[in-house]
Design a protein around this ligand. Sequence first.
Ligand code: XLS
Ligand code: NI
Ligand code: NI
Length: 436
Amino acid sequence: MSEFFKSIPNIKFEGTDSKNPFAFKHYNPQEIVMGKTMADHMRFGVAYWHTFKGGGADPFGPGTMIRPWDDSSDEMEVAEMTMRAAFEFFTKLGVGFWCFHDRDIAPEADNLAETNKRLDKIVDLAEKLQKDTGVKLLWGTTNAFAHRRFMSGASTNPSPEVFAYAASQVKKAMEVTHRLGGQGYTFWGGREGYETLLNTDLKRELEHLAAFLHMAVDYKKKIGFTGQFYIEPKPKEPTKHQYDFDAAGVYGFLIKNGLEKDFKLNIEANHATLAGHTFHHELEFCTANGILGSVDANRGDYLLGWDTDQFPTDINDTTLAMYTILRSGGFTTGGLNFDAKVRRQSTDIDDLFFAHIGAMDAFARGLKNAAKMIQDGALADMVKQRYSGWDMGIGAEIENGKMGFDELEAYSIKNGEPNIKSGRQELFENVLNEYV
Ligand code: XLS
Ligand code: NI
Ligand code: NI
């Protein structure tokens, strides 16, 4: 039954000749690419917070978008209408997954017990709608950053009372994620960071963060939740310095604290660029270390220094991302969650569709390009060639641990100046452009 998107048809694949803005030109869910359907490769998800709770507010003005599911003074009625609108949207768009924060789906009450009751009530509805539509939960998470109690962080707050409150909230959010069959649970470190080191005991805060995550791992086992835990790195915003800075920083933190077996990473494109990396770099770092879990698919604006969370449209980016994701073996529990919001001037509900359709098509093109790159082996052969010295002679002996500094010095004295080989960067770039 269509309630909120009556004028909008189910979005279908019509191919590249289509001029219909409500159709996919490239994303053909059942099309097989490298042995798997496109839908199974991508595991697209919609982010509840941006698409259904975002109204277009920015630091200079309030929201611009008037949504039919927001049309009541009763907060719980709004929550129910929003959930219905969301599942109608997922179904019309044809995505398999959704993601949410606890506070996106149900409003806080005056106390935690009542808040939890409200959450349960909305989760009843979500459970029913999941069943009716077949749409699944990619991951759930907690909003422990918006309320004023979390102004100085959640698990890294100087106050143990706030730490306890955040723990209670994560406990409940994990329970409802479990109940909804969530395939994962994400920890994004909201305000876990600092504004000034003058008032901050950095060492202690990091220890508290580790303790908090250990408690979450214990509780996961206790309730039998088998979904994957993710940490989502971000270097700054809202705090000046966020502790989960980037993939390398998070990985070091996990290893130091004995948590590396329990967490994978959820890589967000715009967070990568805020950290001074490319999206591709963060994905490649995770793949190299076996910790790629899921992706928040969006993009920033290179001229702006904040998390603009735009919908991904750059085919170069999606191609390189899919090139790494495919070579990592693809998603298991994770997927491509559109942690992205339509621009403040895109005020119509149609725009929500255009944004997602464009992003899904951009990733479909990326997938097809990347599959072709892998099947042709062009780049991989060139990389293999570049490292071929390690497959024999002294290279193989170093890799096999048969050499030390004494032997390497003797080798260098005997063989003299190393041969210089071109890195051929421009040629590599040309080869990539053949596919994009
Ligand atoms: C914010 C984050 C957030 C997480 C979920 O920048 O991207 O949306 O994905 O808490
Ligand atoms: Ni995100
Ligand atoms: Ni973000």
